[in-house]
Design a protein around this ligand. Structure first.
Ligand code: KIV
Length: 271
């Protein structure tokens, strides 16, 4: 098994493609603000996704559909101030790329020029959004694809359901992955699909696959930060920490000390 140290320079799209060639896994996590980006900066995580999952994880929305460009820019700016080493990928929110290619390029350009992201992520296939993807790529902005369960199409998909169960769907997803590779995407997220399908796709394309609910054979994994910290609603992921529990105890202790007049003590008071 090969070992790599925390990389001192910016992780780039080329770094990720080399990881795949060398058989080294890629770790990606969502982040939405400066202090979290700083924590990721000093970890061994390769990529930050400023996901439109901010809508559900942070804004209390039921889905990602009402997350706007302004919200994405706001959070991307916070993250890029804190993250100089990981590659920062900003999600293109609903209706920022579906209308036409010119609007898609303008919006992708804003996430890079104003937000400071190094790449953008687009949900869907080349068949649907090829013009937009090609135009963004032509302008020199790296694009990460995203297929399988694409949350911006939740109503069309009939809910947050596993994709690629039928033979026809498996073939379609394989073609979509190959299409994104051929169009020039540097990586593709595979969300919520059978692990054997994700394994077949990962073996069939040369760009890295980043899985979420897609099994261990993907070239990398992504998780929503609040879910993996036990601070979100998702039940189907591994919880790597109990941040909710820590926060609950801290808040309870603070309230008890204020009400019991043991805080502030002498040392917390200006002389
Ligand atoms: O918005 C997001 O966090 C995502 C990941 C779940 C891949 O798209």
């Amino acid at each position: 098994m090969s070992q790599h140290k925390v990389q001192p320079f910016r992780v780039t799209t080329l770094t990720l493609q080399k990881r795949k060639r060398d058989g080294e896994k890629i770790a990606m996590i969502t982040a939405y603000d400066f202090p979290t980006a700083q924590l990721v900066e000093s970890s061994d995580i390769d990529v930050i996704l400023v996901g439109d999952s901010v809508g559900m994880a942070v804004m209390g929305l039921d889905d990602t559909l009402s997350v706007s460009m302004e919200v994405m820019l706001h959070h991307t700016k916070m993250v890029t101030r804190g993250a100089k080493r990981p590659l920062v990928v900003a999600d293109m929110p609903f209706l920022s790329y579906q209308v036409n290619a010119e609007e898609a390029l303008r919006n992708a350009g804003r996430l890079v020029a104003e937000g400071g992201a190094q790449a953008v992520k687009v949900e869907g296939s080349v068949e649907k959004f090829g013009d937009a993807i090609r135009m963004i790529l032509r302008a020199g902005i790296p694009v990460m694809g995203h297929i399988g369960l694409t949350p911006q199409s939740v109503h069309q998909l009939g809910g947050y359901r596993v994709q690629g169960r039928s033979e026809a769907d498996r073939e379609r997803l394989m073609e979509e992955a190959k299409g994104l590779e051929a169009a020039g995407c540097f990586a593709v997220v595979l969300e919520c699909m059978p692990p054997d399908l994700a394994a077949e796709i990962s073996a069939a394309i040369s760009i890295p696959t980043i899985g979420i609910g897609a099994g261990a054979a993907c070239d990398g994994q992504v998780l929503v930060l609040h879910d993996m910290l036990g601070w979100g609603q998702t039940k189907f992921t591994k919880t790597f920490g109990n941040v909710r529990g820590e926060l609950e105890s801290a808040l309870a202790a603070y309230a008890a000390e204020v009400k019991g007049v043991s805080f502030p003590a002498q040392e917390h008071t200006y002389a």
